[in-house]
Structure formats: structure tokens, C-alpha cells
Ligand binder design. Sequence first.
Ligand code: BT5
Length: 335
Amino acid sequence: MPKRRPPLASTDRRVDKLLGLLIEHPMVVLSGAKIARQVGVSRSAVWHWVEKLRALGVRIKGHPKTGYQLERVPDILVPQLLRLRLEGTAFARRIHHFFKIHSTNDVTLELAAAGEPHGALVLAEEQTAGRGRLGRAWYSEKTTGIYLSVLLRPQLAPQQAPLLTLLAGLAVRDAAVEVTGLAVDLRWPNDLLVGGKKFCGILTEMQAEADRIRHVVVGIGVNVNHSRIPSELEAIATSLRLAGGRAFSRLEILVRLLHALDHHYNQLLREGAAPLIARFSEVSSFARGKRVRVAMPSEEISGVTAGLDSTGCLLVRRDADGETVPVLAGDVTEA
Ligand code: BT5
């Protein structure tokens, strides 16, 4: 059976090109005809794409008769704006951007199966079927959040894959702290919190053989500029904007996040898991001495956290029998 082609809408590439043209000529009015020639579409298509960009909050002056001009560089996560700023990392070469897609993790898994190289990025302005763990939904409001998947092909054993979740969490934390100055906490294994509420979740999915990873997709969702949270999530979720009292540049957070990811990833390959685990334990209030409840697939336990072991499992001193047990995967809540 022929493999289903990843839904790489060529339209997205052309919008990227159009935006690139406008960004390269910020003070200039570009005629619709000139843009159409350079992008390789009709003038009415240019008009259509300009309207589409406007709907995403990109401020473009003008109309088909006068030509178009960018009012200011938009906070949109297109390759044109990202590529240069990612040079020197593993993530500058293959950047796929979508305006609307079901799930960046799904697209990246398909790309990975079709041979996409290490370091490829998939970004979306909006997801219609963003996923959390265990088939849960990830609320992915248009253009306010970061919806990113990173394809990695690490020389690691499959058992080490959970380390990549911790690593991604640290990278998001670095970026969020640098850009917002907020006090950001990590809740093992895959949540980031401000003021006790979740603003980022990570979903790591892998294809592996018995002794080696084929590829890992690390999906990262960050609530950046949401000005409200849907009522069903309000009690547990927030955004950086709601916590910090102002809007932040998604692009800036994304660039720093990817630089931090590159740094932590290279360190993991070079020095092993110890520095990563030490750093996670240092900055996560959940790592040690926290009274928690842990829901695992088979049981639920309560106890007090007692650090991370050398593989990244959370150690919990169980109330029931005082024994310290490693938790491989589960949902941790503060008790
Ligand atoms: C996660 O799962 O936290 C992983 C979320 C990963 C999302 C990214 S976005 C890019 C990439 N593409 C995808 O399709 N997914 C990844 P989990 O720990 O299972 O938490 C899910 C739970 O978080 C839900 O059941 C809700 O309770 C809550 N939740 C849903 N949307 C949220 C949001 N936007 N902000 C905070 N909490 C949310």
C-alpha cells in the first residue's frame, strides 16, 4: 500500500515566501504584481494570502491597487523568521510551518517514517487535534500558543527516551524564565507550571527496536498569550501572559527554547544523564520533599518525593509502607 504523504500543503510554503518578501522590504510598498511574480502565483492569490495573514494578526497595509507593506514584523513562527536565528543548532535546516494542522506530533511521526532527518521541526499556528498523553486533548488556541514538534534520532537506548521529556522541560523552563522573568516550576515528568498552574505540556513519542531508538518526536505545547483559558481548564491551566500581566513574543521564546534544547541535548550525549537529572532536581519543587499523589496505569499511591534516580524515574516514599519506589510514568499532583 502506498504510504500516505505527509500533508505538506504547498500553500504554506508560498505564504512563507510572501511573508519573507514583505519582511525583507519592511519600509517599501510592494506592488501586487511584483509579489505575484516573485512568489509564482496570481495577483488574486496574493490578495487571498494577504487576507489570510491579516486574519492571523499580521499587520499589512494596502490593497491590490496600491500594493502591500508590512507595518511591523509579526509574531508568527514561520521559517523565514526562525532559520537565521537557529543557525549553529541542529534545528535550522528543516522547518515545516502550518497555519492549521491536526497535530504537529502526528505530522512529525509521518515525516519521520518517511525519512525526515534529525533536527526537523514542525510548527503550527493552530491545532485541531492537539494531543496530550493517553489520548487526552491539548487545547491549542490559534496563534496565542507555541505548538512545536521536534524530530530527534538520538544514539540512545529506548529506556533512556523519557530523559528527553525532562530535557525538553528544562529547555522550555530556560526560555520562559529568560523571556518572562517568572518563577517557573517543573512537575515531573512533563508539565511546566507558573503559580501552580500548567502553561506547558510535553508529549514524547518514539519508534524503537529492542536496543535502539529509531526516532523520537518531542511535542511541546506552550500557552503564551492566551488572555483567557476555557472554563473547563481554568482551575489547572494558565498562560504566560495571564501570569505575567503582559504579552510576550512567541518567536523569542521559541528561539531560546530551541537553543536551550540544543545545548541540553548535546550535553546529554556528551556527558550522560547525570547533569540533566541534577539540574531538573535543582529547579523542580516536585523532585524532593513534596507530598504528592501519583496516578499510574495500574494503581494510585500517595507519599513524599525523594529525588530522581539515575534513569530519570521519580522516587516516592510511599505512605502505605514507607518504602521508596521508582515511578516510571504517571500523573503527579500535589497532595
Ligand atoms: C501533556 O499531556 O501535557 C502533553 C501536551 C503536549 C501538547 C503538544 S502541542 C504540540 C504537540 N502536538 C500534539 O498533538 N501534542 C504536542 P498530559 O500530561 O496528558 O496533559 C493533558 C491534560 O492537560 C489535559 O487532559 C488537560 O487536563 C490539560 N490541558 C489540555 N490543554 C491544555 C492547555 N492548553 N494548557 C494547560 N493544560 C491543558
